[in-house]
Every structure is written in C-alpha cells, then in structure tokens.
Design a protein around this ligand. Structure first.
Ligand SMILES: [Cu+2]
Length: 155
C-alpha cells in the first residue's frame, strides 16, 4: 500500500513538472505582427510586433528565421547626432511580466533579401527562437503604411 502511494506521488509530481514547462512556453504572446509593404525590388523590409512575456522569468529573443528571407536580424534604431542609424542586436530581452514593442523608429526585425516581396494583405511565416529553447511560429501581415516620414536605412 505504501509503495503505491509513492508511485502516485511521483506520477503527480511529474505531471506538475510537465505542465509548468508547457505553460511557461505559452506565456509568451505576440500581438500586432506586421511588416511594411515594400517595392518588388526591396533588399530589406522592416517587421514589427509586440512581444509580451506573461511569465515570471525574463525571456530573451535570440534568433528569428523565415523561409521567405535569406536572413533576419534584430535591429535598434538610434540617433547618433542627427543621423538615424540601425544597430544590430544579438538578442532582445523581454522582462518578466512586461511587453516590448518593435515599432517604427525603435526596435524592429530586419527582413533581409526576400525571395519574393509579399503584397499588402499577404502574410509571411516566421519563427522566433527564445533562450528557453522555445520556438514560436508567427505570421506577419503585410500592411501599406502611408506616413509623412520615411525611414532611411544605414547599414
Ligand atoms: Cu533595420
């Protein structure tokens, strides 16, 4: 009888451990994922989204990939004097219980060498890799944005 209880306890424990692992991954949410509509000969396109970390641990976005692009980088836009520059980042930290926005003039994804440039309303698939080992599959919707200011790219 005693050893049956022990087995039961072990079984319950392992279920709890598995559940907490799964839910930790599910606690990353991506909202408002979109990319700019670009001319058909564009070499780089900017991608934006808000990444929310609802877990109690800090998470780092350590890589982004997508079959429609040769390479994807994480960039930060910085003012150096009166010149706007884009600085590649190794990773992007999403602190516990908060959200980081990738948006025009700030952090963004740099989608490099598209195999074909998607049109407004189309979607592209991307994979976000986090330091926890979690890979998240997301879609970026292509939007045409008409704003007064255009961003220049400095590489
Ligand atoms: Cu950039």
């Amino acid at each position: 009888m005693k050893s049956e209880y022990r087995h039961l306890t072990l079984a319950v424990l392992s279920v709890i451990l598995c559940l907490s692992n799964v839910s930790a991954e599910d606690l990353i949410l991506v909202h408002e994922a979109w990319m700019l509509e670009a001319p058909t000969n564009a070499r780089v396109i900017a991608g934006y989204m808000t990444i929310e970390n609802k877990s109690s641990r800090s998470r780092r976005l350590i890589g982004v990939s997508g079959q429609d692009f040769e390479r994807i980088e994480i960039h930060q836009t910085e003012m150096q004097g009166d010149i706007m520059r884009m600085v590649p980042m190794e990773e992007l930290e999403i602190p516990a219980g908060s959200a980081v926005s990738l948006e025009p003039g700030s952090y963004h994804l740099m989608l490099i060498s598209p195999r074909s440039v998607p049109k407004e309303g189309e979607a592209v698939n991307l994979e976000l890799q986090f330091d926890s080992g979690y890979t998240m599959h997301i879609k970026l919707i292509v939007r045409a944005v008409h704003r007064g200011k255009t961003m220049k790219h400095f590489h």
